[in-house]
Design a protein around this ligand. Structure first.
Ligand SMILES: C[S@@+](CC[C@H](N)C(=O)[O-])C[C@H]1O[C@@H](n2cnc3c(N)ncnc32)[C@H](O)[C@@H]1O
Length: 385
């Protein structure tokens, strides 16, 4: 069975299990700490490998093996619990190659029992990301409605940047550009899940057009903010250009994800050693200072031969957006993928990603970049190790 990334949250039988997964989705929840990791790896001399071997034996009914596992925080499920819970379901996991996936172990146990009335359990490894080539409005409209938990949008700025079709393609009369912005926002609103979020950044000249289009598409703006680019663009006879507006909007003003921890900064009280200071810091203001990714920066992705580099968002800022507005396992869509920064942030934090990019060459660059970031994640040790 092939399940596309953007269909996963719609899959009626899906149980999400795996690396960063918090057990979201329909059906029973399997949180990593509750089911897949009910012990502390570190206390076993053989570490993770030994724990996995014991886990297998225990699931096969070997209670001696269970006793050898260090106690965990949660009551352990019995083999019968597992069979009952998983019968006829699809396990979707994002474990990496060589990383023993508990989803597989569970499926193996339940499927291997001839006396069990349990239906076969399929384990699918959906790709964690896809980059689709095409115009974002067409692609978004072809996606199932209500599936994206977060849309991160960094559209063309209409300031004469050559994305491959000449500067003129990005210097439209403002009424035409505003019309495109409206089309984008309608298509984005359609794919957002009921508790979905939009974060969009644009040029300072078009803030009003975006503000209006977001509201007219039916979204609620929770905040308007500024990205202060600490390494802005110097202009002769004019002030340096160093800010862009951003908009944070939600589909339902009462239901959304806002993980405060992602936005924490040191407070002034902490800095001056005030004992009343919250040790966790404070939620940052809506003026975000991040350096622009200038042409000379190591982070900057090299353009393929004959291509002009598109603008590139700083990964640290996009990671904060992804961490703050979604949870692991959520689906993130970037309709203007460019070099794939949002995809990198998504796979690094255990989210799924669908990117859309007009130009095949940049889509290929983005795929490569996200693939490399996925490999990095596979290398990263499980935090429970
Ligand atoms: C501002 S750049 C995005 C850069 C990206 N945020 C990054 O960090 O690399 C805009 C990108 O959108 C693409 N694009 C422009 N119009 C598009 C459309 N209608 N549908 C899909 N992609 C589009 C451009 O080719 C360009 O790569």
């Amino acid at each position: 069975m092939i399940v596309h990334v953007h269909e996963m949250s719609k899959h009626p039988d899906a149980v999400y299990i795996g690396r960063e997964c918090s057990g979201r989705g329909r059906g029973p929840s399997f949180t990593r700490s509750q089911w897949a990791n009910p012990w502390n790896w570190k206390t076993l001399p053989g570490g993770r490998a030994e724990a996995v071997a014991l886990f297998r034996r225990w699931l096969a009914g070997d209670l001696e093996a269970a006793a050898m596992l260090p106690p965990g925080r949660w009551p352990r499920p019995t083999v019968e619990d597992i069979r009952r819970e998983l019968a006829g379901r699809v396990l979707a996991c994002w474990c990496g190659p060589g990383d023993p996936c508990h989803g597989h172990v569970l499926a193996e146990i339940a499927n291997g029992d001839p006396s069990s009335a349990a239906k076969q359990i399929a384990v699918v490894h959906p790709p964690a990301f896809e980059v689709v080539v095409g115009d974002c409005v067409n692609v978004l409209n072809a996606m199932p409605a209500g599936t994206a938990d977060l849309v991160v949008a960094d559209p063309p700025y209409n300031i004469g940047i050559d994305y491959g079709d000449g500067r003129g393609a990005d210097e439209l009369p403002s009424y035409r550009y505003a019309g495109m912005v409206r089309e984008w926002m309608l298509a984005i609103e359609r794919v957002l899940s009921p508790a979905g979020t939009l974060w969009v950044v644009c040029d300072s000249a078009y803030g009003a057009a975006f503000d209006r289009a977001i509201v007219e598409a039916g979204l609620t703006i929770r905040d308007r903010g500024v990205w202060h680019e600490s390494f802005g663009v110097w202009r002769r006879g004019l002030f340096g250009k160093c800010w862009r507006p951003w908009f944070y909007a939600v589909k339902d003003r009462r239901r959304f994800t806002f993980n405060e921890a992602a936005f924490m900064v040191r407070s002034r009280r902490q800095e001056i050693g005030d004992r009343r200071a919250n040790p966790a810091g404070k939620v940052r203001s809506n003026v975000w200072t991040f350096s622009r990714v200038a042409g000379t920066f190591r982070e900057r992705v090299k353009p393929p031969a004959g291509e002009k580099p598109p603008t590139q968002l700083p990964l640290a800022m996009v990671r904060m957006v992804v961490d703050g507005f979604t949870n692991p396992g959520d689906l993130i869509v970037d309709p203007f993928t460019g070099t794939g920064t949002t995809g990198v942030a998504a796979v690094q934090t255990g989210r799924r990603f669908v990117g859309i990019e007009l130009r095949e060459t940049w889509a290929a660059v983005a795929r490569q970049r996200i693939e490399a970031a996925t490999a990095d994640v596979t290398e990263r040790r499980d935090p429970h190790d």
